[in-house]
Design a binder for this molecule. Structure first.
Ligand code: BGC
Length: 375
């Protein structure tokens, strides 16, 4: 859509033009209290500031609470949905705004999977399926945080049997902000064979959170196939070419262009709510997606070493949530690009494996790189 490293260069050039040498300076990290959960556990919030960029991450759910990014004119806006206070996240049963997702991002069919001949049963929290790790996933626990260079390190120890998943799992997530990019690095170890699929569930609107829908955002996804689903959004197991379907984002298209197409998969998702099979080699950092928002000219480039990305267009938002600054979040007022292994992989031997064994280290990196386009 734009030159390979244009967004980064555009940001630096814009920074120089606007006389913002701080853009190259080290990121400032500040810690503050963000309240308490109903059981009295203290929650902290970390503010990462780099020039005009600012990311705020709290220890409840490891949630990215806000992300301020400059537009083409240098005006900053918060580009992720969420709530102003901790209470908002807890009381409103947040649809995973900005949260860390675990142990298993997206769905596991019928809340069950078999590993080494043993069947594991998980809580069903999405009809007959398990979504985003169960009723109390990593989005609803308090992580322990500590400041690190350019960011924050969050740690959570999930006990053996947590939400039905085997093994005591130690998870470390590092959020860092540098050169206009938010980097999320996930690591984990286990003491028993288990399955794992970690992601972040930020809802983006590059025109600014609460500023209308995302239908005119231009999107490119670097995936030639996707995993079609049944009516409960469980993959059928097929890896289907996107060619000649509304899922072909190999070249840039407005998100809204085909979102209401007469297509069974679009109907099942109520829009886009699907996993793309990324073209890059698994385990190597490669491009997942690029997004351009015409009014602000903001760009977002997503890079990951994961084999898939869930593109979700906020189809379940319905105007019943009032978020930050009193903004009402209507249908399709944001999009998610959740880098991940494919949904329901533990029940699909033909999908890349999500197993983690004792002695192995889970390690994964996703980058959300912001810039502005010159056109
Ligand atoms: C899922 C959607 C779900 C959303 C919020 C996405 O990852 O694919 O179906 O509604 O998360 O829970």
């Amino acid at each position: 859509m734009f030159g390979k490293d244009l967004p980064g260069k555009a940001v630096i050039l814009l920074g120089l033009l606007l006389g913002a040498p701080a853009l190259q300076a080290a990121t400032h990290v500040a810690t503050a209290s963000f309240g308490k959960t109903p059981d009295g556990t203290a929650v902290d919030i970390y503010t990462l500031t780099e020039g005009r960029f600012e990311a705020r991450i709290m220890t409840y759910g490891g949630i990215l609470v806000s992300l301020r990014v400059p537009d083409r004119q240098g005006k900053t806006d918060d580009v992720v949905l969420g709530y102003d206070s901790l209470d908002g996240y807890i009381a409103n049963n947040s649809p995973y705004f900005g949260a860390l997702i675990g142990r298993y991002g997206n769905r596991i069919a019928h809340g069950t999977f078999t590993l080494e001949g043993k069947t594991h049963t998980l809580p069903k929290n999405d009809g007959d399926n398990t979504l985003h790790g169960g009723t109390r996933g990593f989005d609803k626990v308090v992580w322990s945080g500590q400041p690190i260079k350019d960011g924050v390190e969050l740690t959570y120890v999930s006990p053996d049997g947590d939400q039905g998943f085997p093994g005591r799992l130690t998870v470390v997530v590092r959020y860092t902000l540098s050169r206009g990019a938010l980097r999320i690095e996930y690591s984990a170890t286990t003491d028993k064979n288990t399955v794992l699929n970690l992601t972040n569930h930020s809802y983006f609107n590059l025109a600014g959170q609460g500023n209308g829908d995302i239908l005119s955002h231009q999107l490119q996804i670097f995936g030639s196939r996707f995993t079609p689903v049944d009516s409960t959004l469980i993959p059928t197991g097929e890896l289907r070419p996107v060619e000649n379907t509304p899922f072909n984002f190999r070249t840039s298209h407005a998100i809204g262009e085909r979102i209401n197409a007469d297509d069974e998969q679009i109907r099942y998702g109520r829009g886009y709510d699907h996993n793309w099979v990324l073209d890059h080699a698994e385990g190597q950092l490669g491009q997942a997606a690029e997004v351009y928002e015409p009014s602000s000219k903001r760009t977002l480039r997503v890079l990951t070493d994961q084999p898939g990305v869930q593109f979700y267009t906020g189809n379940f938002l319905d105007g019943t949530i009032t978020g930050k600054g009193g903004k009402v979040y209507r249908k399709r007022s944001a999009f998610c690009l959740e880098t991940q292994h494919f949904p329901d992989s533990p029940n699909h031997p033909n999908f890349p494996s999500t197993e983690l064994k004792p002695g192995e280290k889970y390690h994964s990196v996703t980058l959300f790189e912001f810039g502005t386009a010159t056109r």
